[in-house]
Design a protein around this ligand. Structure first.
Ligand code: DGI
Ligand code: FE
Ligand code: FE
Length: 193
């Protein structure tokens, strides 16, 4: 695997707004660290972390149009909440714009928002890194410091805690919840019983 990270970063500077760009660098760094910590390929995690939100700065309309153009499946929930598609479309970009054919990376990007039951190590790393990267603020996320500590102790427990927080937030703000988010939560809850 030999990608020019610097070149991809430079390209993301054009595709993303400033806040999203720094967020992506934050996720890149913490994904790299988590991978080193858990004995996973750190370069893969680095690349997946950097690219996870590559399709985040598209409008709802653009997300729907592009997903239709590239024949990516759009569920009912996604049609009503198109931002949920940025993982799926991001994965498509990773493959077709950046030439990444590593399925582990592509899948980690696809599922980074909802998670999925029985995630691979890389999927868990990206899912968690997105939540705990250094630019996230303690004001935004309750118990962020604890989640950050836990991430370096137990990935499964951290996935569960992240999902608990996310589902609570979604319920409180009356947002529509994707079945995959609930399924992932149930899976990790049962696993850790
Ligand atoms: O793209 P980011 O903001 O870095 O992070 P993300 O891709 O994890 O998206 C975070 C948002 O996604 C957060 O506000 C919670 C929301 N989310 C996660 N699962 C669901 C969801 N939103 C809805 N409506 N439904 C879900 O199932
Ligand atoms: Fe995202
Ligand atoms: Fe993100």
């Amino acid at each position: 695997m030999d990608y020019d990270i610097y070149k991809i970063q430079h390209d993301l500077l054009k595709k993303l707004n400033e806040k999203r760009f720094y967020h992506s660098l934050g996720v890149q760094g913490i994904s790299f660290a988590l991978a080193l910590h858990y004995g996973y390929d750190a370069n893969k995690a680095n690349l997946a972390g950097l690219l996870h939100d590559v399709a985040k700065c598209l409008s709802d309309e653009q997300l729907l149009i592009e997903c239709e153009t590239y024949h990516l499946d759009i569920s009912e929930v996604e049609r009503k909440n198109p931002f949920l598609l940025h993982g799926k479309l991001g994965s498509y970009y990773a493959k077709h714009v950046y030439g990444i054919d590593d399925e582990a990376i592509l899948s980690a990007i696809t599922f980074h928002t909802t998670g999925k039951p029985d995630m691979s190590i890389l999927e868990k790393i990206i899912f968690i890194a997105d939540y705990i990267e250094p630019n996230r603020s303690t004001k935004q996320i309750p118990g962020l410091d604890e989640v950050r500590k836990l991430a370096f102790i137990d990935l499964d427990k951290t996935v569960l805690l992240t999902l608990e927080n996310t589902l609570k937030y979604l319920e409180e703000s009356n947002k529509e919840i994707d079945t995959l988010t609930v399924d992932t939560y149930q899976y990790y809850k049962n696993l850790l019983l």
